[in-house]
Design a protein around this ligand. Structure first.
Ligand code: GLC
Length: 563
C-alpha cells in the first residue's frame, strides 16, 4: 500500500481539546463535556474534521486525567456517560470525528486492578502490574518522570514489594506481558469503538513492553532512559496483536505518542503492511529548543531555522513511500505555538501566528492544532510557583528545593517550558475569566484575553488571526495537492525563510514562510516557476517582485500556485 492512498484521516484537520480548560458550564472553574457540546458549532466553523479529546475518564487527577481509575466511566467533574453520548452524537451530526486518548501504559493507583493487586502477592490481579519483591534487594534503577525523587520503583509496605511507575507514584505501569491485561485493554477499546468513537491517540505507547527480568539499565541509557523505555522486546508484537484484535475491525484512526522513537524505527509502527498504527507524534521538534536530553530544560542558545527545516524535511523523507506523518507545533505537554516557534510580541504576533498556521496547513502529513492556536493564544509565563498546577513543575521544584538548587533559574525556565503555559483556559470573550467560567478557573487565565486574544473579538474582525485560520484551512481543503503533493525543500541553508514546493501531477505550489523579525529578500529564480499566482498571504504586500525574486515582510507567509 502506498502512502498516498486516500484516507479521511490524512485529509482531515485535527483540533485537540484539553477538556479541563475548554469551557465550564457548571460554574466550578473546570471545563466539562457540556462545555464542549456548547462549542461544537464553533469548532465546525473552523473547518475542523476531527477532535482529539484528552482523557475524560474517571480519574483522581494526579496528572489531570492521565491517571485513569475507571476506563469505562466519565470523570464526574466533566459530566456523565449521557453527556459523553450526547457529545459524540452532536459531533457525528456535524460530520466531526472523535479521537479519544488511550492511556494504557499505566492506570491510576486507585483503579480497581491496582487496589486488588497491592493487597497480597496471591491476589488474582497481582500480575497486572510490575512488582519486585523486596527480599531480592533494591530493584535495578529505573527513572520516573514525575516522581519527587526521580525513582520509578515505589516501595509498598503491604506486600513488602516495589511497584514500577514510569510517571507519578499514582500511575503504576500495567504489565502487558500478562495476556489477561492485554485482553482487558482490547475489550475496553471495543467498548469505545462500539459506542462509535473514531480513533485513539495512544499515550506513551512505546513504553508498554518491558523486559520483565528487569535488568540493570545499560550504561548508555543512564543520561537518557527514554529510548530504553521505548524499545521493549515485545512492543511490535503487542501493537500488531492490538491491530488484529481490535483496530482492524473498525474504520478508525490511530496516532501514537512516541517518545524515544527515532526515524530508523518509524516504519515499524506505521508501514501499512505491518498492521500496527496509522501515525505517531515523534519528539524531535519538541526537543529542538531543549538542553540535550533534558526534555524540560530550555537550551541556552536559540534554535536555528535550518535545524527546524531539517527535522521536517527528514521526517517527510521517512514517510515518502510508506506510512504517514503527523504535524504539530504544540499540545497539552508543551508551551504555546506562537510563543515558542514564532514571536508573541505585539508587533509580530499576528504575522507569526498566521505564518505558523500557513506552515502546518501546507505541509505533508495530518495537521493537529491545539485549542486556542486558532486565536493565537500565548504563554502565560507565571512568576511564582504558587500559580502552577502541573505535577511536573511542582515535583521538579520540590526536588530542586530539597537538593538546595537555584530555584530562580528554574522558575525562569518554566516561564518558557512549563506545560501549564499550554493549559490556561480558552479565551472566548472579554468578560471576566474570558467567558471560560463564571467562577475562579482551576488555572489562571492569560490576561491578554482582554487585548483581543479572544474568539468574540476576532469573530468580529474579518482580518483577525481566527479568520485567517479559517481561510487557510479552506485553502488546504480546496487543494488536494497540499495534502498529498510531494514536498521539496528550497533554500535549505537560509536562516530566515522556509521555502518549499508541494507537487502532485499538474498541481504545483510554492510556500514561502519568513521566520524573521526583519524584511528579507530571497531569489529563487533558478527554479523557473512560470506563472506564480498568489493563493493566500497573511500580509497585504505582494512578496513577489518578479522573476523569482521575493521580498517578505517579517513573518510573512505566501502560498502560490505555479506552472
Ligand atoms: C503523556 C501525556 C502527558 C502525561 C504522560 C503520562 O506524555 O501526554 O500529559 O503526563 O503521558 O500519562
Amino acid at each position: 500500500m502506498e502512502s498516498n492512498q486516500r484516507k479521511w484521516w490524512k485529509e482531515g484537520v485535527v483540533y485537540q481539546i484539553y477538556p479541563r480548560s475548554f469551557q465550564d458550564t457548571k460554574g466550578n472553574g473546570i471545563g466539562d463535556i457540556q462545555g464542549i457540546i456548547k462549542r461544537l458549532d464553533y469548532i465546525k466553523s473552523l473547518g475542523i474534521d476531527i477532535i482529539w479529546l484528552c482523557p475524560v475518564y474517571e480519574s483522581p487527577n494526579d496528572d489531570n486525567g492521565y491517571d485513569i481509575s475507571d476506563y469505562r466511566n466519565i470523570m464526574s467533574e466533566f459530566g456523565t456517560m449521557a453527556d459523553f453520548d450526547q457529545l459524540l452524537e452532536g459531533m457525528h451530526q456535524r460530520g466531526l470525528k472523535l479521537v479519544m486518548d488511550l492511556v494504557v501504559n499505566h492506570t491510576s493507583d486507585e483503579h480497581f486492578w491496582f487496589r486488588e493487586s497491592r493487597k497480597s502477592r496471591e491476589n488474582p490481579y497481582r500480575d497486572y502490574y510490575h512488582w519486585w519483591p523486596a527480599e531480592k534487594g533494591i530493584p535495578p534503577k529505573r527513572f520516573s518522570y514525575f516522581d519527587v525523587d526521580g525513582d520509578a520503583w515505589k516501595y509498598d509496605e503491604q506486600t513488602n514489594s516495589y511497584y514500577l511507575h514510569y510517571f507519578s507514584v499514582k500511575q503504576p505501569d500495567l504489565k502487558w506481558e500478562n495476556p489477561k491485561v492485554r485482553r482487558e485493554i482490547y475489550e475496553m477499546m471495543h467498548f469505545w469503538f462500539k459506542k462509535g468513537v473514531d480513533g485513539f491517540r495512544m499515550d506513551v505507547i512505546p513504553f508498554i513492553s518491558k523486559d520483565v527480568s528487569y535488568p540493570e539499565l545499560p550504561e548508555k541509557y543512564n543520561g537518557n532512559f527514554v529510548p530504553f523505555y521505548a524499545n521493549g522486546p515485545k512492543l511490535h508484537e503487542y501493537l500488531h496483536e492490538m491491530n488484529k484484535e481490535v483496530l482492524s475491525k473498525y474504520d478508525i484512526m490511530t496516532v501514537g505518542e512516541t517518545p524515544g522513537v527515532d526515524r530508523d524505527q518509524a516504519l515499524l509502527f506505521v508501514d501499512e503492511d505491518r498492521e500496527e498504527l496509522n501515525m505517531f507524534f515523534h519528539f524531535e521538534l519538541m526537543s529542538l529548543d531543549r538542553e540535550g536530553d533534558e526534555v524540560f530544560w530550555m537550551r541556552k542558545d536559540p534554535w536555528k531555522l535550518t535545524e527546524f527545516k531539517k527535522i521536517f524535511s527528514d521526517w517527510d523523507e521517512t514517510f515518502a513511500e510508506k506510512g504517514w506523518g503527523s504535524l504539530f507545533l504544540s499540545n497539552h505537554d508543551n508551551p504555546r505555538t506562537v510563543s515558542r516557534w514564532g514571536n508573541d510580541t505585539s508587533e509580530h504576533w499576528y504575522n507569526a501566528t498566521t505564518m505558523l498556521h500557513s506552515f502546518l496547513l501546507t505541509m505533508k502529513g495530518t495537521p493537529y492544532f491545539y485549542y486556542g492556536d486558532e486565536i493565537g493564544m500565548t504563554n502565560i509565563r507565571f512568576d511564582a510557583i504558587k500559580d502552577y498546577q502541573d505535577i511536573n513543575t511542582l515535583n521538579r521544584y520540590a526536588l530542586l528545593k530539597q537538593q538546595g538548587m537555584d530555584l530562580d533559574t528554574f522558575l525562569e525556565n518554566e516561564k518558557e517550558a512549563s506545560r501549564d503555559n499550554g493549559r490556561t483556559p480558552m479565551q472566548w470573550d472579554s468578560s471576566e475569566n474570558s467567558g471560560f467560567s463564571n467562577s475562579r478557573p482551576w488555572l489562571k487565565v492569560n490576561s491578554n484575553y482582554k487585548d483581543g486574544i479572544n474568539v468574540e473579538s476576532q469573530e468580529a474582525d474579518s482580518n483577525s488571526v481566527l479568520n485567517y485560520f479559517r481561510k487557510m484551512v479552506q485553502v488546504r481543503k480546496d487543494h488536494l495537492g497540499l495534502v498529498y503533493g510531494n514536498y521539496r525543500l528550497l533554500l535549505g541553508e537560509n536562516e530566515e525563510v522556509y521555502a518549499y514546493t508541494r507537487i502532485m501531477d499538474t498541481e504545483k505550489y510554492l510556500v514561502l514562510l519568513s521566520f524573521s523579525t526583519e524584511k528579507t529578500t530571497v531569489d529563487i529564480s533558478a527554479e523557473n516557476f512560470g506563472t506564480l499566482d498568489l493563493i493566500i498571504s497573511n500580509d497585504a504586500s505582494n512578496a513577489h517582485l518578479g522573476n523569482g525574486a521575493f521580498e517578505l515582510q517579517s513573518y510573512q507567509a505566501c502560498v502560490y500556485r505555479f506552472g
